[in-house]
Design a protein around this ligand. Sequence first.
Ligand SMILES: Nc1nc2c(ncn2[C@@H]2O[C@H](COP(=O)(O)OP(=O)(O)OP(=O)(O)O)[C@@H](O)[C@H]2O)c(=O)[nH]1
Ligand SMILES: [Mg+2]
Length: 333
Amino acid sequence: MLRNLFKGGDKSHDKSEESDAGDGQGNWFNRLRSGLAKTRDQFLSQMSGLLRVGRKIDEDLMEEIEEILIQSDVGVDTTLTLMDNVRERVKAEGLSDSSELESVIKSEVLNLLGADVPLQIEDEKPYTILVLGVNGAGKTTTIGKLASRFTGNGQQVLVAAGDTFRAAAEDQLAIWCERAGAELIRGGENAEPAAVVFDAIHAAKHRNADVLIVDTAGRLHTKKPLMDELAKIGRVMGRAHTGAPHEVLLVIDGTVGQNALIQAKIFNDAVPITGVAVTKLDGTAKGGIVIAVNAEIGAPVKLIGIGEKLDDLRDFAAVDFVEALFADETADA
Ligand SMILES: Nc1nc2c(ncn2[C@@H]2O[C@H](COP(=O)(O)OP(=O)(O)OP(=O)(O)O)[C@@H](O)[C@H]2O)c(=O)[nH]1
Ligand SMILES: [Mg+2]
């Protein structure tokens, strides 16, 4: 039954599943589940305590559920929206026992998450992905993992070192590119980021590359505000190549919690975000943030990072996520 949850996505998705040392998709679910262990401890142990003991559904219970959701970093606004919807369902369906609530909450969480929108490389050549996020969010790591996924599919990948804040940033990216078999276009420390990106687009066109991924800084060495610089990169890309950037991927550190959403709105004003990658879900009890992203930013979670290894980046699948969040540890292992 689990296998049905893993709707076939794009080719890259299939490929990365295959590279799971042959363990297939069931193993991926287990890894997602263990990656979410801390969030689940916070979330489910309390939630199941409430729901699975057969309490009467009343306002006290609803408020306790709200508290758990807020503690898990679903956020106040999203929690209230979610619970309003749950209350309506309880009323409409005439539910009275708490054990009936779990499936209602799950399905309302799924509603908030929306349909899965995997990151797909389309036919534009080069397909350009602009990666944004605050310092330390996991941009460079995510780019390395993505590049590796694409080259694994036989796609030619260029990466632009648009983070010229420090030499180490380029070096870190160079290591990932070497691992992934992608070419790095660099401008050197203190180069103007937009100029590096401009050169990279031309290089990618010249080489007829399939994908260009652009790394950016979370901070700048100049006094110029970061958001202006990012907006400029977006404009330069659009001028150099029709439709670029095709994907604007915001990387959010899953351990940061609600602050990440405030930052996201600021990035969204600079360059409209088309997708979100939530990293470090393996190390946080705040994975509830994932539930709030689409509702708060209006862009779907497309990828999640559940570790530092090359294959620890996964297409986001809402059903898997919700199942993993509510998975009963004692049921199977
Ligand atoms: N556990 C875990 N660590 C991660 C994940 N993604 C990234 N990291 C770690 O987070 C740290 C920061 O990642 P970077 O990719 O350098 O972040 P960045 O956004 O490029 O940072 P700046 O270049 O400073 O703006 C590194 O130590 C990564 O190994 C993840 O999914 N899980
Ligand atoms: Mg970086």
